[in-house]
Every structure is written in C-alpha cells, then in structure tokens.
Design a protein around this ligand. Sequence first.
Ligand code: AMP
Length: 193
Amino acid sequence: MRLVLLGPPGAGKGTQAKRIEERYSAVQLSTGDMLRAAVAAKTPVGLKAQPIMEGGGLVPDEIVVGIIAERLEEPDAAQGFILDGFPRTVGQAKALDAMLSEKGIALDAVLELTVNEDELVKRMETRVAETRAAGGTVRADDNPDAFRKRLVAYREQTAPLSDYYRGTGLLKTVDGMRSIDEVSTAVNAALDG
Ligand code: AMP
C-alpha cells in the first residue's frame, strides 16, 4: 500500500495512519515527526525549521522533499508507506511524482479526511488539555495563534492538492468528524474498495 493522507491539522491523520499501518503492511512517514526530531536534535535542518514550525508556517519545499527522498530509500519503505503530512504543496506533490516514477512505482490512493474547522480548534484545545493532565509535553505549535496559521496554510497551500489528485483518479474522501472507530471503518472501506 502506497498512500498519501490529506487533511488539515487536527483532522486525525496521525491516528488513522497508525491504524492503516497495522492493517496493511506499510510504514507511516510523518514529515512533522521527522522535523520535530530534527528540532530536538538541533541539526541544521532543525534549527532552520524550528521558528517556522512554531509560527505555524510551512518549511520550504526543498527541505521536506530532501527529507522524504532520503526516507523513501530506507528498506522498510519498500514494503509500502503512508505519507502523513507530505506533500503539502503542489510543488511537493510534483517532486513526489518525480521521485516515485524514478523508482518505477506509483501511489495506490490519496485519502482525504474532511472536517469542520470550528470543531478542529476545539479538538486541538481538548488534545492540549488531555496532554497536560497526563503530564505530557504539548507541541509548541498547539496554541490558538499557531493553530489558526496552520489552518490558513492548509487552506491556501495544501487544499489545492485535492483537485491535483482528483485529476489523477486517486482521491478518496472520508468524513473525518466521526469517532475514531467510525472513521477507521470508512477508511478501510475506501481503501479496500
Ligand atoms: P504536522 O505534524 O504534520 O502537523 O507538521 C507540523 C509542522 O511541521 C507544520 O506546521 C509545518 O511547519 C512543518 N511541516 C510538516 N510537514 C511539512 C511539509 N510537508 N511541508 C512543509 N512543512 C511541513
């Protein structure tokens, strides 16, 4: 299974990616997780990405394209992958197309989780409250200001990817506002169908 997951911040992409990972043999590749690891390790990429991520903006295409190109070379990705948070711009989607065609492989599907934006802000606030209550660390970009900027970045730069992938016949859309289990059932039906 070679899959792209699309959906705004807080739509549940990460949660669904983990379930898809278990059901199909495919590894979850999250550029957000990779960038957060680079920030924590204070690598040159991390130092460059940190202020952009904290402000809710998008890290430049060449950085994330480079990260994904390297990651797709790892042996575990040969089994299949779920791209979670990449591509996020049409430029990244085109770079991905080029990378895959060079390898002689193609995507099986692009799954979009659709949401209600007002509900997303509430979800983010609940996630922050639950994380704090459990003594966990809250993401630096999980605050109302950065979250709103992430939503704007999604609307302006990532939402056009729905049309991009609809044009290729790969796009499948699932309502992401239902419970995790209900979304998961709909996701499986979309991927199996
Ligand atoms: P995420 O965990 O997917 O919500 O990503 C967190 C942050 O990492 C985003 O708000 C961006 O600043 C950055 N980021 C993650 N993936 C990408 C990408 N594909 N392109 C640009 N920036 C990204």
